[in-house]
Design a protein around this ligand. Structure first.
Ligand SMILES: Nc1ncnc2c1ncn2[C@@H]1O[C@H](COP(=O)(O)OP(=O)(O)O)[C@@H](O)[C@H]1O
Ligand SMILES: [Mg+2]
Length: 505
C-alpha cells in the first residue's frame, strides 16, 4: 500500500483502490467478522475473522453470490438477503453452529442495510464470536449451583452471597442516616427495591444490608450485572435453559430459580435490552419463570432489587428503562448521593477503611496527615466511596510509618496538591457554594484553588447541559475540544456530572 507518499494527481480509480486497500487493512485488524454484499447479494468485502468463522477463504467468497457460497442458506434464511429485501436491520441475533473441526461456536450477528442517498446499495453483517462469553455465562450459573448446593443445610447465620449488614454502612450525614432508616423499613417487606447512585456510592452495600435484615436473610442472595452479557445469554443466565433450545444448550436453572426464597440483585438494570425487560416484568408479576425453550413454568419466590447509576426517570425518558418495569421495581426507591455531597462522612469513612486495612494487613496506621485530610475534604471523588477505599488501601501498601501522607496517594489526587503548605483557600471557596467567588486576598495553594473552582464550574455547566459536552462548552464560552481536554485533566466523567445534578434534586 502507498502510505508514505501522497500523489498530487490521482485518478478516481486509483484513489478508490487505495481507499479499498486501507479499508481492507482496517477490516482485517478488528476482532469482528465483517461481510459486505452489494444490492444483488454478491460479496464485495469479507475480512479475515469472517473467513475464520465460516472456515472459507476470502477468494472463495468475494465476487460470488451468497447462495452459491453457502449452500445451506436460502433466500429466506440468509440474514444478508433478508436485509436487502426489507431494508431493515437485524440486530444482535445469536447463532450457534459446529465447525468442521467439531468445535461449537456461538456468534452474535448484526446485519445492517447500506444506503446511499436513501437508496439501498448493499448490506453488511458484523459477527462477534461470543463462544467464550457463553461458556462464562454457563459457568456463572454452575458456580452458583455449586455454592448453594454446598451450603445447603447450614443456613443458620450468614446468608449466602451477601456479606454486608446495616452495621457496615458508615456515615453520620443526615442523608445516609435517612437512607438507613428507609432501607431498614424496606427490609421488613418483600417489595421490590430500586437503588440509584453514581458508581461506588454503596448501592450494592445497601442492597445486601436490606437482604440480610429481611425475613429472607437465610435464603440465597444472587447478584447479576445486566450490562455484562448480550441479551440471549443474559436471558439464559436469569431464567435458565433447556436441552435442545439451541445447539449446545443444557438443562440449567437460571439465577431466579437459584434465588428462590431469597433475593436477586440486578445491577445496571438500564443496560438490559427492552425485550428482556418485558420478560422480567412478566416474571415479577406472575412469580413464575420459564426456562428458555421450555414449556413448563416454575414458581419462584424471589425478591428483586435493582440498581442503576442514574436517576431512573432519566433512563425511562431515554427509553433505556421500560416505564412499566420502572413502576414495578420502584416500589421502594433509594437515591444515594455522591460522596462530594456528604463530605462530613469522609473522615469517618477514612478512619473506617484504615481500621479495616490495619486488621487485614496487620498494620497499625493511626490516621492521615492534615494535608491529606484537607485534600480529601475538597476533592471531588468521582469514584465516590470506592475511590476513597482504594486510595486508603493503596496508601497503606506504600506506607512505612503510621500516618498516611500526600506522597502515598495516587497521582491524580497528589497532583491536586503539589505544594506542602496548608491550603484553606480551596475549602473556603467550596464552602461558599457551587458558584465560587475568588477572594481578594488569600493564602494557600493557588493551583489547588484554581482546579477546584474550575471543577465546580465545569460540573455545574455539564449538569445544566444534561451531560452534553458541546452545550456545556458553549455555556462556558470555550471550544468543545478545550472542554474535553479539561475534563480529562480534571478526571470528570460527563455522564457522572450529569447524574450529579439529578441525584441532588
Ligand atoms: N457508607 C459506606 N460505608 C462503608 N463502606 C462503603 C460505604 N459505601 C460504599 N462502601 C464501600 O465502597 C465500595 C463500593 O460500594 P458498592 O456498594 O459496591 O458501590 P456501588 O454498587 O454503588 O458501585 C465497597 O467496598 C463498599 O463496601
Ligand atoms: Mg456496584
Amino acid at each position: 500500500m502507498n502510505t508514505g507518499r501522497i500523489p498530487n494527481r490521482v485518478k478516481d480509480e486509483g484513489n478508490s483502490r487505495e481507499l479499498l486497500e486501507n479499508l481492507r487493512v482496517i477490516l482485517d485488524s478488528i476482532d469482528e467478522g465483517i461481510h459486505v454484499v452489494d444490492r444483488n447479494g454478491v460479496t464485495v468485502l469479507y475480512n479475515k475473522v469472517a473467513a475464520q468463522l465460516d472456515n472459507l477463504k476470502e477468494e472463495e467468497v468475494v465476487g460470488k453470490h451468497i447462495l452459491d457460497v453457502f449452500p445451506s442458506l436460502s433466500r429466506e434464511t440468509s440474514t444478508l438477503l433478508q436485509v436487502l429485501r426489507t431494508g431493515q436491520p437485524i440486530c444482535n441475533r445469536e447463532q450457534t453452529f459446529t465447525t468442521y473441526k467439531g468445535d461449537e461456536i456461538t456468534t452474535l450477528n448484526s446485519t445492517l442495510p447500506v444506503k446511499v442517498d436513501g437508496k439501498l446499495v448493499g448490506a453488511v453483517e458484523v459477527s462477534r464470536n461470543i463462544t467464550l462469553m457463553r461458556e462464562m455465562a454457563h459457568r456463572i450459573v454452575d458456580l452458583q449451583v455449586e455454592l448453594f448446593g454446598r451450603r445447603e443445610g447450614r443456613r443458620e447465620t450468614e446468608s449466602e452471597g451477601a456479606r454486608y449488614t446495616f452495621r457496615d454502612i458508615v456515615g453520620e450525614s443526615e442523608c445516609i442516616l435517612e437512607l438507613k432508616r428507609k432501607a431498614a423499613r424496606a427490609a421488613a417487606s418483600s417489595s421490590s427495591v430500586l437503588v440509584y447512585g453514581e458508581t461506588g456510592t454503596g448501592k450494592e452495600l445497601f442492597v445486601q444490608a436490606i437482604h440480610n435484615a429481611s425475613p429472607r436473610a437465610r435464603g440465597p442472595f444472587v447478584a447479576q450485572n445486566c450490562a455484562a452479557f448480550p441479551e440471549g445469554l443474559l436471558e439464559g443466565i436469569l431464567f435458565g435453559t433447556t436441552k435442545g433450545s439451541f445447539t449446545g444448550a443444557q438443562d440449567r436453572p437460571g439465577l431466579f430459580e437459584l434465588a428462590d426464597g431469597g433475593s436477586i440483585f440486578l445491577d445496571e438494570i438500564d443496560s438490559m435490552p427492552a425485550s428482556l425487560q418485558a420478560k422480567l416484568l412478566r416474571v415479577l408479576s406472575e412469580k413464575c419463570v420459564r426456562r428458555v425453550g421450555d414449556t413448563k413454568v416454575r414458581r419462584v419466590d424471589v425478591r428483586v432489587m435493582a440498581a442503576m447509576s442514574r436517576p431512573p426517570l432519566d433512563a425511562v425518558a431515554e427509553g433505556m428503562l421500560r416505564e412499566d418495569l420502572y413502576y414495578r421495581l420502584n416500589v421502594i426507591s433509594l437515591g444515594i448521593p455522591p460522596l462530594r455531597e456528604r463530605r462530613e462522612d469522609i473522615p469517618l469513612l477514612t478512619a473506617h477503611f484504615i481500621a479495616r486495612f490495619n486488621a487485614q494487613l496487620m498494620m497499625n496506621v493511626k490516621g492521615v496527615s492534615d494535608e491529606v485530610a484537607h485534600l480529601f475534604s475538597v476533592y471531588d471523588w468521582p469514584g465516590n466511596v470506592r475511590e476513597l477505599e482504594h486510595a486508603v488501601e493503596g496508601a497503606m501498601h506504600l506506607l512505612d510509618g503510621d500516618i498516611i501522607m500526600l506522597e502515598h496517594l495516587p497521582d491524580n489526587l497528589r497532583n491536586l496538591a503539589t505544594h506542602r503548605e496548608s491550603r484553606p483557600a480551596a475549602a473556603n471557596l467550596r464552602a461558599g457554594g457551587t458558584a465560587p467567588r475568588v477572594p481578594v486576598k488569600f493564602q494557600g495553594d493557588f493551583r489547588l484553588a484554581v482546579a477546584d473552582i474550575e471543577s465546580s464550574l465545569v460540573r455545574r455547566a455539564l449538569a445544566d447541559a444534561g451531560g452534553n459536552i458541546s452545550r456545556a462548552a458553549r455555556a462556558l464560552g470555550i471550544p468543545r475540544q478545550t472542554l474535553q481536554y479539561r475534563l480529562k485533566k480534571l478526571g470528570i466523567d460527563p455522564k457522572v456530572a450529569q447524574a450529579a445534578k439529578s441525584t441532588r434534586a
